[in-house]
Design a protein around this ligand. Sequence first.
Ligand code: G3P
Length: 220
Amino acid sequence: MKIFIDTANLDMIREINSWGILDGVTTNPSLIAKENTDTPTRVREIAKIVDGPISAECMATDWEQMVTEGEKLAAIHPNINVKLPMCVDSLKATKILADKGIRVNMTLIFSSSQALLAAKAGARYVSPFIGRLDDIGAHGTDTLAEILQILRNYDQLSDTEVIAASIRNPTHVLEAAELGCDIATIPYNILKLMVSHPKTDEGIAKFKAGNQYIIGIIPK
Ligand code: G3P
């Protein structure tokens, strides 16, 4: 499974990129606003750090403006894909952008029918929000499983990759991986949780204490 980081913070992106596990980045207008910048500026900066897909979300709400804005965003760097929120205008814009060779990440996907239509329109990525589905008492991972099954049933839809989004805990990541999801876009704090375990920390502490005797820092 490819791992993307879901943030617009450059320090977090640099740190996780240095781990050697990062395949791409997703941003959205809220994440960009937190950094007091704008999408074109920030995705240009991210493209200098990460060699992989970077999602840049359009602010436009009608399909014609989505196409214009999407073309501008995609022109910033070959790795940039255009994120659109699922709606009829986004489907129309996706078809046009996809025909021009521009990759679209259809976001705010909450149902399999939305994912099916986005893939049919030519979206390169669909992003089901599993955490927000859990928030309303649904089971996000069930929807993710259904979407993966549907897209795998058809060769014509096999170019669409599924991004497990709105990840709230390491279990979400593992459930996505068990399902064979293509990509998980993971917040920084969840990536940090995934790397650590109290028993590992305990083992490292014991190992260090033992080494102090071996190399003579602490006399026996
Ligand atoms: O990738 C989508 C993500 O940014 C939304 O996450 O936690 O706001 O549901 P969340």
